[in-house]
Write a protein that binds this ligand. Structure first.
Ligand SMILES: NC(=O)c1ccc[n+]([C@@H]2O[C@H](COP(=O)([O-])OP(=O)(O)OC[C@H]3O[C@@H](n4cnc5c(N)ncnc54)[C@H](OP(=O)(O)O)[C@@H]3O)[C@@H](O)[C@H]2O)c1
Length: 248
């Protein structure tokens, strides 16, 4: 029995990295997948073809999660096309790292907009549908950096910590309607982005992790699978660290 058979999920930022991994695991588990991206048109088309071959309904949407109106329109389109929204994964995110001394106001605002305001935009947009359904699971992608802080990432850490407060508040506000809201805090996840880094530096990071390896998009996707499925119907307002023990 597939864990997400018959469920429809919206995943933001799934053209690559962790979001793509989530889309793949969800489709394999029977979910219909609506996913978004910012500019990677070709990668999105490839993913659409790959997932459609698994026999689920799938559609990619170019939509800026940081834009309130675009989020509203996206959700209207998804409801019209798929008929329901059972799971929302707020995964889209960016970094613009710099020391506080050097960070610009524009780079602070941009990261807050794309990483945090997007979560508000999308959650508000799906709320009506989930309230009508009297069910829903919302999963927000935070980071160990949001839990612990990180020098050189004040903007990113603030956005990811803000997600945790938002998650707990939504869990309290919508729990009586059977809408759950949880966060995931990934540690060091190896994606195409980290593949470009110096191997010696990356090896140093791996050695500092209790499980002695970086995580994979699939590691994060499996945690999302648990929180999206009926395996977690009594779990809400939580942050699940998927970090190989990094923060322990
Ligand atoms: N990788 C890690 O080690 C790590 C650790 C902790 C937390 N995280 C979090 O996990 C999430 C995914 O990270 P990742 O490493 O997979 O990132 P990534 O490889 O850079 O992918 C980011 C995805 O988000 C999309 N995106 C960017 N801005 C967007 C916007 N305004 N609207 C809609 N989509 C947008 C991108 O689309 P395009 O391809 O079109 O640009 C892409 O699909 C992020 O929230 C990140 O902060 C990552």
């Amino acid at each position: 029995m597939k864990l997400l058979e018959g469920k429809t999920a919206i995943i933001t930022g799934a053209s690559r990295g962790i979001g793509k991994g989530i889309a793949e695991v969800f489709a394999k588990q029977g979910a219909n997948v609506a996913f978004t991206y910012s500019s990677s048109v070709e990668a999105a088309q490839e993913l659409e073809n790959e997932l459609a071959a698994l026999g689920v309904k799938v559609k990619g949407y170019q939509s800026n999660a940081a834009d309130f109106e675009q989020a509203q329109k996206l959700v209207e389109d998804v409801v019209a096309e798929f008929g329901a929204i059972d799971v929302l994964i707020n995964n889209a995110g960016i970094t613009k790292d710099n020391l506080l001394m050097r960070i610009s106001e524009a780079d602070f605002d941009k990261v807050i907009e794309v990483n945090l305001k997007s979560v508000f935009n999308m959650t508000k947009a799906v709320q009506r549908t989930m309230l009508k359904q009297r069910s829903g699971s919302i999963i927000n992608m935070s980071s160990v950096v949001g839990v612990k802080g990180n020098a050189g990432q004040t903007n990113y850490a603030a956005s990811k910590a803000g997600i945790l407060g938002f998650t707990k508040s939504v869990a309290l506000e919508l729990g009586s309607r059977n809408i759950r809201c949880n966060a995931i805090a990934p540690g060091f996840i190896e994606t195409e982005m980290t593949a470009k880094l110096d191997e010696k530096t990356v090896q140093g990071w791996r050695e500092g992790i209790p499980l002695k390896r970086g995580g994979t998009p699939e590691d994060v996707a499996n945690a999302c699978l648990y929180l999206a499925s009926d395996m977690s119907t009594y779990v809400t307002g939580q942050t699940l660290n998927v970090d190989g023990g990094m923060l322990t």
